[in-house]
Design a binder for this molecule. Structure first.
Ligand code: UT7
Length: 333
């Protein structure tokens, strides 16, 4: 459904991101598993990723990104009305990571909860928050994508350990005032027939972690990369096209595409199918790898702070992840 029917338009008033200090390079990973900088670079585009400290949790990364977004939006933590954290690596199964973030920020007026939609979580959260604001339920919302994927990575599996990293990105949404930009349109999708392509088998009610299955790394991420790759290109392309069309725009009207940062070959394939030149596509995965729900949020913040778009420009965010899930959002900044 087009967002143009919404009663109250919603704008993004601020963005923020945080990456842990520790850098893990391809060369260092090549000392851990049978891989090489050359393989990782040519197959994925990734050169290095960030790894959180042992005592640095998803909520810590999320809080630092949130503080930067609130600062830019000029909104005090105590005035935040809604906090949604998108993550597949919560601090604890319960309570929600958003509750820890609320406390660390001192945002005690906010309703706070998590959502789980893997790499698509940040755009799912944006859609939800946007609706709750445009329906009049809340004046503003803090949405965060945050992950400590290093805690669910099998560091003996070269198929996956070269791909992932830790980090967080955040955005502050609020009612749009006159002459301000707004979220124009969102397209979301899910296909639960492909749950097995990208999953953490253990740790839930279907397979609680035991000493035996922990030794089998059942608490870590597995992926059938080639199958995910093909489905990702098609789903992201269609979602982006739909969001652009619903916003009443064409690809030529888009200043910047900000995609999920999983694989440079996926990003290039989408750009060529959307007929968008590479210089209009934001890429930072060489620095951070795939940070799941955080990736598009970090990319949005970096692109914003680098001045890759400004007020009045149209941009499109597009994501894909486990579930399978996907989403695209067109925004007039
Ligand atoms: O964020 C959620 C969405 N996720 C994605 O979008 C990820 C989508 N998938 C991908 O990005 C790619 O499929 C990967 C980067 C994961 C893998 O690239 P690929 O070109 O699809 O490689 P492949 O899985 O087909 O493997 C090719 C070969 C295999 O060897 P054989 O069977 O051809 O002898 C693998 O064993 O590469 C081998 N291989 C490696 N070699 C060196 C797999 N991982 C590595 C490695 N280093 N790290």
């Amino acid at each position: 459904m087009s967002e143009s029917t919404s009663v109250i338009p919603v704008t993004i008033a601020g963005t923020g991101s945080y990456l842990p200090e520790k850098i893990l390079t391809n060369a260092e990973i090549a000392k851990m598993v049978d891989t090489s900088d050359e393989w990782i670079t040519t197959r994925t585009g990734i050169k290095e990723r960030r790894i959180a400290a042992d005592d640095e949790f998803t909520s810590d990364l999320a809080t630092k990104a949130a503080e930067r977004a609130l600062d830019q939006a000029n909104i005090k933590a105590e005035d935040v009305e809604l906090i949604i954290v998108a993550t597949i690596t919560p601090d604890t199964p319960t309570p929600a990571t958003a509750c820890y973030v609320q406390t660390k920020l001192g945002a005690y007026s906010a309703v706070a909860f998590d959502i789980s939609a893997a790499c698509s979580g940040f755009l799912y959260a944006m859609k939800l928050a946007k609706r709750l604001i445009s329906d009049g339920a809340y004046k503003n919302a803090l949405i965060i994508g945050a992950e400590k994927l290093s805690s669910v990575t099998n560091w003996e599996d070269r198929n996956t350990c070269v791909l992932f990293g830790d980090g967080a990105g955040a955005a502050v949404l609020r009612r749009s005032e006159e002459n301000e930009g707004r979220i124009l349109a969102t397209e979301m999708g899910t296909d639960g027939r492909h749950t097995q392509l990208l999953e953490i088998k253990g740790g839930g009610s279907a397979c609680p972690i035991t000493m035996a299955n922990a030794d089998d790394h059942l608490h870590t991420l597995t992926m059938q990369g080639r199958e995910v790759f093909k489905l990702a290109v098609n789903a992201m392309r269609t979602a982006a096209e739909t969001a652009i069309e619903r916003a009443g725009l064409t690809a030529d009207d888009i200043k910047l595409v900000v995609p999920h940062q999983a694989n440079l070959r996926i990003i290039d394939a989408i750009a060529s199918r959307l007929t968008v030149p590479n210089e209009k596509v934001f890429v930072n995965l060489h620095k951070y790898g795939n940070t799941s729900a955080a990736a598009v949020a970090i990319a949005l913040d970096e692109a914003h702070r680098e001045g890759r778009f400004e007020r009045g420009d149209n941009i499109v965010l597009v994501v894909f992840g486990a579930g399978l899930t996907w989403a695209a959002t067109a925004i007039e900044w």
